[in-house]
Design a protein around this ligand. Structure first.
Ligand code: PEP
Ligand code: MG
Length: 876
């Protein structure tokens, strides 16, 4: 079985087998680009390796040895040859790019003899010994598991003894000294001499790279990015080219467009006389790519041409690694570049305008969830702020929080609900959990393509990097400029769009939507079949949602209006009333307040349908907790205040709380069951709606109220509530001599409602699927408790593929939705149907809603853009 492919035996379509990097190297080799020759070991070989208890099979090693022989033929060099040694890099490369998460080894093939040979051959002993020590260091770290800092310490010692500060100031003899010390370190740590046999070096490196598929950070990264664990990684073995042979050489990374803003302009950076990891690790801060035009114009031209060719052939923005060896350009890898959401949108829209993509393709390029990043707040540009320091604008967005200096601490504090900014000299893949937890990242070293920058952009986190004025002291946990020192826990803000750093918290404002964002969503609107509404219960949310493209309100939860602290006492009066008369008095006080609420919403939604749900939650939610009351009453008792009116009032309250107590309140006296028992509450609400509607119509506002009855399970409930609504509506219309066109419908949120939807449809103008409750009642899982108690374990163990409260359970809950729509439309072909549970703002559930033919989805205001895009993708 073939486990090893020469680059020119593969192509871009073989990502599953060769990984993304391998497939791209193959494609580029075949397109005639200057790619150093090499071969790819397949992901299948990686999976075999894990099945085989992490042993590399003889069969595989045979194919590897053959591939090496072939490489030797093509390059005219030989692995381990003392005068003309072949050197290779060994890199991971999974199907989906996982930057920096797995291991890499460079300069493999060096040993005492070949290093001397390379020195001789190139006439550059400094270069040869620097390369050798890099190899020992990487091999020691990756294969032998010796901690990185131990090598760094040795270099520091040697530099100190020589009285120099920078690596380039060390000469060949210094590096030889470093090499000796490295070897001693390895002997001490492993009990063995440093490995001299190149084939054995290669074997152990392949082993290490395969194993790194399962290191902790790779696992976290996969989990975060929903990459399956069983894909495995390929390994690419490639002839080394050297960017560190002198000032005619260099290495760099470039993006075909700006990954931060999406601007169409070559973007990247390079370092002269350096190897690849110097750029990526952020150890030296590189120069902008434009400067290459000055130092090597011919190479720059060639690079630009290659970038254009690659972008056109992949139809996507590319992230390209290159090396210049003695004025020869080599392309080491290309991949789709990670980018901010802002950039992703601009690139997709521009590529459609340029004719590289169709509009449909452009729409499919954006993950709907990403749009969330565009809606984040940013620093108020009108605030007069004093910039404390300035670095590179690596990933836009603003962040404020307490300073923390390590990733574990960032994670721990975030778990306690604190907001933190992670401040580091540079970040490494080991910091990934801290980056995930932090609001933003600030580094003092490293460029726009450093690890921190790339990872932050991928996550949509604010990041400022390469802020070199900052002195970060990890031991004492301080960050200092010339005159000011901040400590762990102090507040700091960063603006990843400008690179500015501020002391303390700063004022933020709502985001504006870029023209490209608007354009993309306009294309989405042309494609989608589903309408998009919003769940909103106040005018400002309603306005926000409309700005974001909502076409109406799909759920106005009127209980949120009751929760206002100023209104709660009146609501409590209503609940505590002993007689209907008393209750009516309290309701009469609530009426004008509710009416004003509805007016505000109708005005904000002028011309759009507004779906208002009558009161739904169990009444005890508006009363104090029994425990709190008991404490207060006991206090009054021990202070001898039992005769006071306050005491009597509290005691009354407690009686009522006890009386309203239910064992299963979510299955108890709530929803339309309230309207059945206390019709006066629903009457008041309907009166408020219609009075508001009448006043709005008089002011020229176009209103389309839809009155929604919650938690119906039997047609008789809806029948009665409908009569109630119609009676009140008729009465107000008669009094005001005005016609209001309205609809009466129901939520479908218990299985019986879905199963008897044909009967219910006879009394309903619309159905709105309340999939929060429908999930709760279908599974019999409490929506308030399940998650923390057992649901997460169900998901971890694969009992359920995902949390059904987040993404709809197609087989059960979804099936009930399907039945509900079908039966409802049998009786009433034009029956309007929508969804207003949380699922209405979730991509996969929206896809489902499209498939079952709902008319609309409704979601919270900030998810409206997501829903517009997801609905379009469902229709493409
Ligand atoms: C639902 O149950 O899905 C719903 C939208 O209503 P609520 O979340 O208010 O119970
Ligand atoms: Mg509900």
């Amino acid at each position: 079985e073939k486990k090893v492919y020469r680059f020119d035996e593969g192509n871009a379509g073989m990502r599953d087998l060769l990984g993304g990097k391998g497939a791209n190297l193959a494609e580029m080799s075949n397109a005639g680009l200057p790619v150093p020759p090499g071969f790819t070991i397949t992901t299948e070989a990686c999976n075999d390796f894990f099945v085989n208890e992490e042993v590399l099979s003889d069969e595989l090693m045979e194919q590897v040895t053959q591939a090496i022989a072939d490489l030797e033929n093509r390059t005219g060099k030989k692995l381990g040859h003392p005068e003309n040694p072949l050197l290779v890099s060994v890199r991971s490369g999974a199907k989906f790019s996982m930057p920096g998460m797995m291991d890499t080894i460079l300069n493999l093939g060096l040993n005492d003899q070949t290093a001397a040979g390379l020195a001789e051959q190139t006439g550059n002993p400094r270069f040869a010994y620097d390369s050798y020590r890099r190899f020992i260091q990487m091999f020691g770290d990756v294969v032998l598991g010796i901690e990185h800092y131990k090598f760094e310490e040795i270099i520091m010692d040697v530099k100190e003894k020589r009285g120099v500060q920078l690596d380039p100031q060390l000469d060949a003899d210094d590096w030889k000294k470093v090499i000796d010390l490295y070897k001693t370190l390895i002997k001490k740590e492993t009990g063995q001499e440093f490995l001299q046999d190149p084939i054995e070096q290669l074997k152990q490196s392949i082993h290490a790279v395969f194993s790194s598929w399962n290191n902790t950070r790779a696992k976290i990264y996969r989990k975060m990015n929903h990459i399956p664990d069983d894909l495995g990684t390929a390994v690419n073995v490639q002839t080394m080219v050297f960017g560190n042979t002198g000032e005619e050489s260099g290495t760099g990374v470039c993006f075909t467009r700006n990954p931060s803003t999406g601007e169409k302009k070559l973007y990247g950076e390079f370092l002269l006389n350096a190897q690849g990891e110097d750029v990526v690790a952020g150890i030296r801060t590189p120069q902008p790519i434009a400067e290459l035009q000055d130092s090597m114009p011919d190479i720059y031209e060639q690079l630009v041409a290659i970038c254009n060719q690659l972008e056109l052939s992949y139809k996507d923005m590319q992230d390209i690694e290159f090396t210049i060896e003695n004025r020869h350009l080599y392309i080491l890898q290309t991949r789709s570049g990670k980018r901010t959401t802002q950039a992703a949108i601009r690139i997709a829209v521009n590529m459609a305008r340029e004719g590289i993509l169709t509009r449909e393709e452009a729409l499919m390029r954006i993950q709907p969830e990403q749009l969330d990043h565009m809606l984040h707040r940013r620093i108020d540009p009108d605030a007069s702020l004093k910039t404390w320091a300035k670095g590179l604008p690596a990933s836009p967005g603003a962040a404020s929080g307490q300073i923390v200096f390590d990733a574990d601490q960032a994670e721990a504090l975030t778990k306690q609900g604190k907001k933190v900014v992670l401040v580091r000299p540079e970040t490494t893949p080991e910091d990934i959990h801290g980056i995930l937890a932090a609001q933003g990242i600030l580094t003092s070293r490293g460029g726009m393509t450093s690890h921190a920058a790339v990872v932050a952009r991928g996550m949509g986190k604010a990041c400022v990097c390469g802020c070199e004025q900052l002195k970060i002291d990890l031991r004492n946990k301080t960050v200092t400029t010339e005159d000011i020192t901040l400590r762990e826990g102090d507040l700091l803000s960063i603006d990843g769009g400008t690179g500015q750093v501020f002391i303390g918290e700063v004022p933020m404002i709502d985001p504006e939507l870029s023209p490209e964002f608007q354009e993309l969503l306009a294309w989405a609107d042309e494609k989608r079949k589903l309408s998009v509404r919003t769940n909103a219960d106040n005018p400002s949310d309603a306005r926000k949602a409309r700005e974001l493209g909502a076409e109406g309100i799909g759920l106005c939860r009127t209980e949120h209006m009751f929760m206002d602290p100023e209104r709660v006492p009146i609501v409590q009066e209503m609940i505590l009333a002993e007689h209907e008369d008393e209750r009516k008095q309290a309701l009469a006080r609530l009426l004008p307040i509710q009416k004003e609420d509805f007016k505000g919403i109708f005005q904000a939604m002028d011309g759009c349908p507004v779906n208002i749900r009558l009161l739904d939650p169990p009444l005890h939610e508006f009363l104090p907790h029994l425990e709190e009351l008991l404490v207060e009453i006991t206090k009054l008792q021990v202070t001898g205040q039992e005769a006071t009116p306050e005491y009597r009032q509290k005691e009354n309250l407690m009686k009522k709380v006890r009386a309203l107590h239910e064992f299963n309140p979510m299955l108890g006296h709530r929803g339309c069951r309230l309207g059945m028992v206390y019709p006066e509450i629903y009457r008041m609400q309907v009166e408020a709606i219609f009075k508001a509607a009448v006043e709005c119509i008089e002011e020229g506002v176009r209103v389309e109220p839809e009155i929604m009855i919650p938690l119906v399970g039997h047609v008789q409930e809806l029948k009665r509530m409908r009569v109630l609504v119609e009676e009140v509506a008729e009465e107000i219309m008669r009094q005001s001599q005005m016609a209001v066109s309205y609809k009466v419908g129901t939520m479908i949120e218990v299985p019986r409602a879905a199963l008897t939807a044909d009967q219910i449809a006879g009394k309903a103008d619309f159905f709105s699927f309340g999939t929060n409750d429908l999930t709760q009642t279908t599974f019999g899982y409490s929506r308030d408790d399940a998650e923390g108690k057992f649901l997460h374990i169900y998901v971890e163990q694969g009992v359920l593929p995902h949390n059904p409260f987040i993404s709809i359970d197609r087989e059960g809950v979804g099936e009930l939705v399907r039945i509900g729509v079908e039966k409802g439309r049998q009786v009433k072909p034009g029956l309007k149907t929508g969804i207003c549970g949380e699922h209405g703002g979730e991509k996969a559930s929206i896809q489902f809603c499209h498939e079952v033919g709902l008319d609309y989805v409704s979601c919270s205001p900030f998810r409206v853009p997501l829903a517009r895009l997801a609905a379009a993708q469902a229709a493409i």
